[in-house]
Structures are given as C-alpha cells and as structure tokens.
Design a protein around this ligand. Structure first.
Ligand SMILES: CC(C)(COP(=O)(O)OP(=O)(O)OC[C@H]1O[C@@H](n2cnc3c(N)ncnc32)[C@H](O)[C@@H]1OP(=O)(O)O)[C@@H](O)C(=O)NCCC(=O)NCCS
Length: 393
C-alpha cells in the first residue's frame, strides 16, 4: 500500500479523537508480592475466559490529539481520501530528556501493513535528532496486541503503575505499563582522537559547508548559520584567537566561533564573550565533539582572563558543562528578560562576581537577509528544505 506520513498541525487537528479500539482474548497479568527482602513482580501473558472488547466509551478521557496537558506535542498521521487512518503523537519531556509517545493508532482495516512500524520509525528519528535518551510510552496490560507490537519494535518494559486508572486496576487486569526504547549509544571521542586548532583561510569553505549540514532543517526549513559564519569572520567583534575547528582524519567535523559581547549596567560596560555557531557535522554528532570544543576553548578564554561566557542555547544541553541560567548572575537580556535558554558560565572562580546588567550580543547576529543566504547557498551542494518533521510550529 502506498501512503505518505504527514505532519498534523495543531491548529487543524487539536481535539481530534483517536478511536483506539481493540478486542483481546489475552492480557498480561501483573502480580506484585511483598517478600522478606523487598518485592517480587511477575508479568505474564494469560487467557481471558472470553474475548474482551475495549473502546473509547469506557474512558472518562477519550484519547485526543494535542490534549492540553501535553505541552510539547507534535503529531503525524496518514490520510486516505482526507480521512485520518493512522496517527502518532509525541510529547517532548524536556526535564527528563525523553520523548513520550502519547498516541499511536492505526485504523483496524489498515493494520499489519507496516504503518505502525513506519510511524514508530518517525519517532525514533525524532529522538535521535533531538538526542533524547529514550522513547517512552504508556499502554495497558490488557492491550496485548499493542504490547506485542512494541516488543517486536524493540521496546522493553521500564515500569508499571498499579493504581493509575482506578484503585482496582490489578483486579480488572488493566494496569498501566510503561515501555521504553533506547537509541544506540555512540562511542564518545576523546581529546586525543581529534585535533582542535585555529581555522585557516583554506578551511573556510569546508567549515561553512559543515555548518550548513549541521543546522540544515534543524530549527526552521533550511538554515542561515553557515552564512553567519561567513559574515562573522569579517566582523570587528569576531574573536579568532578563541574560535576553533575540530579535525578528524583530515576532515573538519566541528567548529566553535566566538564574538565579543557586553553586559551593560548603567554607565558600566562589562566585556563578555559569546560563542555561536557551535556545531558538529551530522555524521559525528552525539560523540562529545561539541563538549570537547567548548571545554578546550573555555580553557583558552580563562588563560586570556576573559570573565565569562553568555549564550542563548539549548537548556537541556549546556548545564552539564556548568552553564547556569543568567538570573544566577543578575544578568538579563537587553529587554530585561530571563529564561531557560539564556545562560552563562564563569571562566574562573568568582570571575563574574559583581557583573550585573543587561546583555547585548554582537550586532553581527542581528540581521541576516534571506536573499543573501539564498545567494550564498549556491556555493554548496544543494540540500532540500523540509517543513517536516520538526518542532517549528
Ligand atoms: C499497535 C498498532 C499501532 C500496530 O500497528 P500496525 O500498523 O498494525 O503494525 P505494523 O503492520 O507496522 O507492524 C510492524 C511489525 O510489528 C509486527 N506486529 C504488529 N502487531 C503485532 C502483534 N500484535 N504481535 C507481534 N508482532 C506484531 C508486525 O508483524 C510487523 O512485523 P515485521 O516488520 O516483522 O513484518 C495497531 O495494532 C493499532 O492501532 N492498535 C490499536 C491502537 C492501540 O492499541 N494503540 C496503542 C495504544 S498504547
């Protein structure tokens, strides 16, 4: 069967009921006992005396797309003659860096044709791209068909809750089970396995091409960061003495570019530094290169007695290196705001003590005309702009 998986935009699909229905003659029995040393739990497939049908009517809360309690939901589906015949929805659980599948459904007459698998593949790809540490989902112990499908898809049991829906979930054989899938772990590169060095003019094209590959379709269709790299080098705020490229087997696989920035407190201006773009070639992402570049250049910056780095970046990535949100430093954005993506770090003990005020990044970041980016793109192998799948809405 030919079909296309499309993004289901929130504006159009919010509130659409997902008619999850199934009949089962089996269930996974959940038996939990207290033992002398703790607890034992056994979860085993058993037969009902007669088949049981589960429909949406039995739920107080029928499954719907873009339910309000999912804050970062994103849905895909398959349409046949305008009718939705399959859907999957995820919610990015940012605090735990996992991706939750909140809905998965294939209309009965379309099952066992590979559609469920294709939808799961989309989510796996999202998880890899967003570097989530797991894909998780909830199902019920009586939904044997779904459980067996998830097991087939490489999911494993990660937990259960014996009173999620009602206090008699165990007795009525409808226990919440949690399943998880874990992306393949990539081996981290060590500082000895790559070379980190200053950029030379002969690297320029490769660095720009690598930057384009790294950012392409990541935050919006296409990207402009590679053009920013190009412009940055000519700008008075650019700091080549801190900027570095990462090289592996003669190939540029990452870069970090620094610029001067300022924190202004009335008449007082504190010189700070900011990095960006920081990027790693997609073939080498997830292997610690970004972190090696940051740590390496932080050391150089500290030796040169720069006081601190202020950035706008992914709130679930930079704290592991020691970045804190800037409210810790009494620093706000130029318009007086603080939020998770606005972070800073001291370069040596107490180096940002007494620094407070409003942050101003270099003017070079302010204006990147679209037409100039388009004209610049001609220099590089053509890449396709995608509107899906992503979190651009
Ligand atoms: C669970 C569900 C989404 C699976 O979708 P599907 O389109 O039928 O699954 P696919 O055809 O893509 O199956 C992919 C693979 O899983 C296997 N598979 C599917 N159902 C299976 C099952 N019950 N037991 C074992 N393997 C199963 C298929 O054989 C196929 O294997 P293959 O790649 O080796 O050929 C679908 O049955 C459904 O919509 N069920 C009702 C809604 C529901 O319960 N959703 C889950 C809520 S938690």
């Amino acid at each position: 069967m030919e079909y296309k998986i499309v993004h289901l935009p929130k504006e159009k699909w919010k509130g659409t009921v997902i008619p999850i229905e199934y009949t089962t003659d089996m269930y996974y029995d959940v038996i939990v006992n207290k033992t002398d040393n703790g607890f034992s739990a056994v979860i085993e497939k058993k037969y009902f005396t007669e088949p049981v049908k589960h429909t949406q009517e039995e739920n107080n809360f029928p499954d719907k797309l873009y339910d309000d309690h999912w804050k970062n939901a994103y849905a895909w589906g398959v349409l046949v003659d305008g009718m939705l015949i399959a859907a999957i929805e995820t919610d990015r659980e940012l605090w735990s860096n996992r991706l939750r599948i909140t809905e998965l459904w294939v209309e009965e007459s379309y099952r066992r044709r590979g559609i469920g698998h294709a939808l799961i593949e989309i989510v796996r790809e999202q998880a890899r791209r967003e570097r989530r540490r797991a894909v998780i989902l909830e199902t019920q112990s009586c939904n044997v068909n779904a459980i067996d499908f998830y097991l087939h898809e490489g999911f494993t049991l990660v937990g259960f809750d014996t009173c999620c829906y009602r206090n008699d979930d165990l007795q009525r054989k409808k226990v919440r089970l949690e399943f998880g899938w874990f992306p393949e772990k990539k081996k981290k590169l060590t500082a000895e396995e790559i070379e980190i060095r200053m950029e030379t003019e002969s690297d320029w094209y490769e660095v720009e091409r690598m930057t384009q590959r790294a950012f392409w379709n990541k935050f919006r269709p296409g990207c402009d960061e590679h053009y920013l790299v190009h412009k940055l080098r000519q700008h008075e705020d650019y700091l080549p003495e801190l900027s570095r490229v990462a090289v592996k087997d003669g190939r540029i696989i990452g870069c970090i570019m620094y610029t001067k920035s300022r924190v202004v407190d009335g008449d007082v201006t504190h010189e700070m530094i900011t990095f960006g773009p920081l990027c790693v070639d997609p073939d080498w992402q997830g292997r610690g290169v970004g972190e090696l570049l940051i740590r390496h250049t932080m050391k150089i910056a500290a030796e040169k007695r720069y006081k601190g780095i202020i950035i706008f970046g992914e709130p679930d990535y930079y704290p592991r290196i020691g970045f804190k949100t800037n409210d810790h430093f009494s620093i706000t954005t130029a318009d007086g705001k603080n939020f998770d993506a606005f972070m800073g770090i001291e370069l040596f003990e107490g180096s940002m003590k007494g620094i407070k005020g409003k942050f101003h990044e270099s003017e070079v970041f302010k204006y990147i005309p679209k037409e100039e980016v388009e004209a610049f793109n001609i220099k590089f192998p053509k890449l396709k702009k995608l509107n899906f799948p992503d979190q651009w809405d």
